[in-house]
Design a protein around this ligand. Sequence first.
Ligand code: GLU
Length: 457
Amino acid sequence: MSVVTRFAPSPTGFLHIGGARTALFNYLFARRHGGRYLLRIEDTDLERSTPEAVAAIHDGLNWLGLDGDGDAVSQSARAPRHIDVAEELLKAGHAYRCYLTPEELAAMREEARSTGQKITSPWRDADPATAPDRPYTVRLKMPLDGETTISDGVQGDVTVAHSTLDDLVMLRGDGSPTYMLAVVVDDHDMGITHVIRGDDHLNNAFRQIKIIEAMGWETPHYAHIPLIHGADGAKLSKRHGALSATAYRDMGFLPDAMCNYLLKLGWSHGDDEIISRDDAISWFGFDGIGKAPARFDTDKLTSLNAHYIRSMTPEALAGLILEGKDAPAHIIERLTMLAPAFAERAQLLGDLPKIGGFATHDDVPALDDDAKPLLDDDACARLHQFAADLPDGDMTPEELKTWLGGWLDQNNLKMRDIGPCLRAAVTGMKQTPDIVMIAASLGPAVLRKRIEGNCKK
Ligand code: GLU
């Protein structure tokens, strides 16, 4: 059997973290089995679905590298097919027209609430000849006795008694198909073999299976994954302040870090923390998915992001430090040399220009407030001496270190007498990576200019 999975978001808002994780699991499961991963936009709720939300979902998936295989299916465009299926079920006697008015239904619901019973429509077994001339819904006839067990890939065997399932509405009073019907028909027509989705849909699965059985179709495998909760344990939902996937892009997270984090959120492979996409594809399975809700932890995401930033090439890091701006060759060369050291200190992409901005030009950098006190008169006098004695040619960090060692000895100074003030004068900052490496990369002319600029005589 060739595996086909799908991600089926409702475009009523952005792609949220839970949706992104569902997409990832569907993607990984399909890739793991050499199958297909499809995207279906469940836009049947025309009042709440917007083109902006569809675009935002595509944008989020594209950022994460989780675009579906082939074109996305629009559920609303398939309404005629959904209606055909309901008609077929009517003809075969698996469904009936229910003429309950909204008022009658409301009264029955009220009663059902107090008795704890499900609603039973009197039209289920009524003679069609007695049908009034008014709008009707089409309901599926649920079996009255027995039970259904789903062998869920994550939840295990879950059993529900049919007596608890009411006759689900497949076509509304205005003739439009419901979500419950549309999902089943689309999954069948798209050849979906594995339905992987949030466990808030587990209850729906028992109802959906009854449509599948009535049509004589094959039931897909189900895997209902626990929802994601916030760090405080409360449910994370798009209506309760949860952020979009792309909000994390805008905050400076890398898509690889995000995917690694989402993968680890509710799935594990031993103690592995850093998992490449290729490894995830070879390892992913339902057995690694936990049954308890996962807690979203921004600190963990941030530390993974720092790891993925450190793994970038010096050239890519240099581009990020420059924030996409052009720079002369000697600047690119300097940034490429310093970038790995800068990356050690970055957690978010936006940290890189803050850490390395001083190296993107040759001008005198402005002094941070905490760097200013390091440049008192004594320090500046030492720096002027240093600038005057510094040889003219470029030096490697090792050569500069050797020269500096001799210079400190001659002047009866220690590294702590020159390091902090040199760092302040030439970078404008109190804290940076190794100052000797930085000084070597700036070269004597820039060092002198910056010392003069920040230590005016
Ligand atoms: N459209 C549903 C949702 O966004 C998902 C339905 C499904 O996966 O079966 O919650």
